[in-house]
Design a binder for this molecule. Sequence first.
Ligand SMILES: [Zn+2]
Length: 471
Amino acid sequence: MAEKTFPVKIGLEIHGYLDTREKLFCMCLVSGDRGLVVGGSEDMPNSRICPICTGTPGSKPMAPNVEAVKKMVQIALVSRSRINYDNLIWQRKHYDWADNPKGYQTTISGAHATTNAVGGKFKGINLTELHLEEDPAQWNPETGRINYNRSGLPLVEIVTEPEFSNSEQVIEWLKGLVLSLSYIKAVRKNAGIKVDVNVSTYGERVEMKNLNSLEKIRKAIDYEIARQVENFEKGIEQKRDTLAFDEKLGKTVKMRSKEGASDYRFIPDPDLPVMKIDKKMVSEIKKEMPEMPEVKLERLLKKYEVGEKDAKILTRNLELVEFFEKLVEFGIDVKKNMSWVTIELLRVLNYNKKTLEDEDVEILPEHLGELIRAVEKKEITVLKAKQIMNDFVPKSFSLKDHEEEIGSISREAVENLCQQVIDENAHVVEEYKSGKDASLNYLIGAVMRLSERRADFKIVTEVMRGLIEGE
Ligand SMILES: [Zn+2]
């Protein structure tokens, strides 16, 4: 028998946390203090709960959160999906698990459901549908504790056709999706995404649930393809299956044997009215849609003549590219001064393990603009400017407020400092005179330190040489 190759088919179900203030069916806040990650260690368990999101008997859901509906519409528009306006029935999806206090999850999906949008296409991959649903609580099987802060958070689920053929393609596509969704500020960036991945090769499809990082998704797909191919060679039939990927073991493990839509016993939720999407609202949202990464990239390349590598660095992050555009507005020659953003700004942020979108970071483009101007006018040195930037995290400031300490120092002051260094380092001066060029760097370095980097490097070099040679 000739060796057989399989058409690998991979499909995704992506759950993204919608970036809203409140939960889907109650007024509990989505996140605690500003900037705290939902479910993160600093987030007090069960601090944002009420009878509705804990499924207390007798409680009924409030009308669905309009903000969540709007974010869902934005996502439908970005993914070029066809929005369903009428007959959107909230359904109860039943299952028994500790994370599910009501015994069902409320969702705009299920058997015979009209989902929120269908038939989209994003970066070459067809989307089956997308819909709104609520997140279950968080159950820790080791402690038995349940944290309901997450219960009732609004989620969007995006389902793709099984059109991917390898893990690399999946990861690239997901990165693009997350970036586009961050441009419209539709999903909570630091909350991450949860992805169910289905893989089929020679037999029925196998689903892997709840993969919550790109790395996990990559490993799980690669493992599962290899496992299925091996099973084929052993003559094992591949049945429909649901597995979990155990990262510690590095392999997929059994979860539930079969799980068809019928098992969830979907029924319309009698406590929630049939939802309609207002066409006027959709056209309002359409008008206000921000530019997508590709459009921004094109503009950076064409209008501002930014190099391709820099343009890509900038558009990878909405806050960064917006920062850059503010500098343009500010009249800075960005082409000439690109490295202040793509290198220096990122350097200080990385060093402090911060990003521009962090709540506690406040770096104003006009402050960097001022700094660049001052360097251009030779009021301060490049080195000094970089040093000032170190203090821009978490909050930048105007040079005007620090004029005393940061202006360049006069040539006369440089001469005095050079003389002081020469006097204090007679032996190094001798070394230099006897031909050891590196000694000069030592002396210049000493002057730079004494001046707190306010001296101009070129002037120091010139003065230092002049003084030694004139001795
Ligand atoms: Zn609540």
